[in-house]
Design a protein around this ligand. Structure first.
Ligand code: HEC
Length: 232
């Protein structure tokens, strides 16, 4: 019976929403770490989401954005880290804890093996053409080659070395992609590799990221990039 009651209290508290919003309180730097440790688990997750957004610089509640800063971290390990830190430093404000987490991640990132990059591999354009045309792969949304038109995604002729968001008659660029273009971001092989490995890590709300998971296999990415280069 107690547990049922506790459940109802939690549900009501969560429905209350605004009062427990950590971002607003935390950005003023006023919320001590001790409050985080003492908070019910449901609220701890909201702090944790805030910390992840803060650490990854994406202002995002999505733990997936942790991949930008340290691929071996999971929501659970972040939570444990924060609980440990805040138990030991209850009077620190929570933003300080998040800063320490950021430093910890940066230090660890140096020790972690680098994710394999397509740039270290020789790409095979013929194989790349196959990967491109696979079900639910690039060809679903992009045309490339003579007479290529925009589909769901922009045509990809000359993409290596092309500026981001620069196809004038393509109307569906996301705000994030347009911003990259305005900043002068260029689709070098390295940047294409990063983008197609995990589009969500770069622009979480890009329409490409919402549908396409990316190509985790570095060899496949090397092959696709080699294929794209045959259509410069
Ligand atoms: C589900 C559809 C879809 C799939 C699959 C897809 N893309 Fe995209 N792609 C898009 C959309 C939509 C955009 C525009 C994204 C934006 O503006 O945020 C885009 C943008 C791009 C861009 C940037 C283009 C520019 O003009 O700045 C590149 C490069 C790209 N995709 C390459 C690829 C490659 C290579 C693959 C396969 C490995 C792929 N995409 C798979 C839909 C897709």
């Amino acid at each position: 019976m107690r547990r049922i009651l506790a459940g109802i209290v939690v549900a009501v508290t969560m429905a209350g929403g605004a009062a427990a919003e950590p971002g607003a309180v935390l950005s003023s730097g006023a919320k001590p770490c001790g409050d985080f440790v003492a908070a019910p688990l449901e609220d701890q997750w909201r702090y944790e989401a805030w910390a992840v957004g803060y650490v990854s610089g994406q202002n995002s509640m999505d733990v997936g954005s942790m991949r930008n800063v340290g691929s071996s971290w999971t929501p659970d390990s972040v939570m444990v880290w924060l609980q440990n830190y805040c138990s030991q430093h209850p009077l620190d404000d929570f933003a300080t804890a998040a800063d320490k987490l950021r430093q910890e991640l940066a230090a660890q990132e140096g020790r972690l093996p680098q994710k394999p990059s397509a740039l270290d591999l020789a790409g095979d354009a013929e194989k790349g053409k196959e990967v491109y045309a696979k079900q639910n792969s690039c060809g679903l949304c992009h045309q490339v080659g003579p007479g290529a038109k925009n589909l769901i995604g922009p045509e990809l002729n000359g993409i290596v070395g092309r500026k981001a968001a620069s196809v004038a008659d393509y109307a569906l660029y996301s705000a994030g992609m347009k911003k990259l273009g305005e900043q002068g971001y260029v689709w070098t092989e390295e940047n294409i590799d990063k983008w197609i490995a995990d589009p969500k890590a770069m622009i979480p709300d890009s329409p490409m990221a919402l549908v396409f998971q990316g190509l985790p296999d570095a060899q496949e990415r090397a092959d696709v990039i080699a294929y794209l280069k045959t259509n410069q």
